[in-house]
Design a protein around this ligand. Structure first.
Ligand code: Z5A
Length: 214
């Protein structure tokens, strides 16, 4: 039986990396095999493109940024995601196409139409089965980002950029509420992790029973 694609999304510093193990552990405890990956990245080429994209040394124009994101994604989908799903492995990706809609479509103001064209071309029929969108106020994500390493190229953008990104994510959730589930990421880690587990039980329960029975 084909695996499922679960993606985790949200603005920078909202806590995606911190909650990934919670999601992975929940799924493996239910008996499915899980491949954890990330975008941009997930393949050798993808990781090289990630370095180019996040490096602060050079300016990258918005259209080039969008195309590079999709170049990395094309390699990722064909070499890693599709083969895993076809062999029954569940794929858990830290970011996927919703990030392009939010950052390049919204943040960089390229608009959703251009992202849709690339999405159709690169993904074909593939789409995330479930997207967990961690949402927090700008103050919360900024506070959390400050705790970390040096900022990358995209993280050096200002408040207005990140407000547009957050809004674009929330619009994606509103447009596709069955797939995109918004998790309030403002509370402490334990509370966020508990909300995620509840959502996973609701959204994946049936799929997990079918996968384990097959
Ligand atoms: N990007 C794009 O533009 N277009 C695309 O199509 C794709 C990506 C796919 C790299 O992504 C950049 O690529 C990203 C979007 C762009 N740029 N930006 N901005 P990334 O996912 O690798 O980078 P990131 O968004 O900056 O993620 P991150 O650095 O991994 O942050 P995070 O995972 O959301 O947060 P975290 O590291 O788990 O947590 C941050 C801190 O907060 C840390 O100290 C935690 O201990 C703490 N934390 C986490 N949760 C909590 C709670 N609940 N309470 C208190 N403290 C917490």
């Amino acid at each position: 039986m084909r695996g499922r694609l679960i993606t985790i999304e949200g603005v920078e510093g909202v806590g995606k990396s911190s909650v990934l193990p919670v999601v992975r552990d929940f799924l493996t405890e239910q008996g499915v095999q899980v491949l954890q990956t990330r975008e941009p990245g997930g393949t050798e080429l993808g990781e090289q493109l990630r370095d180019v994209l996040l490096n602060t040394d050079q300016e990258i124009v918005p259209s080039a940024e969008l195309l590079l994101m999709f170049a990395a994604r094309a390699q990722h989908v064909e070499k890693v995601i599709q083969p895993a799903l076809q062999s029954g492995i569940w794929v858990l990706s830290d970011r996927f196409t919703d990030s392009s809609f939010a950052y390049q479509g919204g943040g960089r103001q390229l608009g959703a139409e251009r992202v849709e064209v690339l999405e159709r071309w690169v993904l074909g029929d593939l789409h995330a089965d479930l997207t967990l969108l961690l949402d927090a106020t700008r103050e919360t994500s900024l506070e959390r980002t400050k705790k970390r390493r040096q900022l990358d190229r995209i993280e050096t953008e200002g408040d207005e950029f990140f407000e547009r990104v957050r809004l674009a994510f929330l619009q994606r959730a509103k447009a596709d509420p069955l797939r995109v589930k918004v998790i309030d990421a403002n509370p402490d880690f334990k509370t966020v992790a508990a909300s995620l587990r509840v959502q996973l039980e609701v959204s994946c329960g049936q799929w997990l029973s079918e996968a384990v029975a097959s």
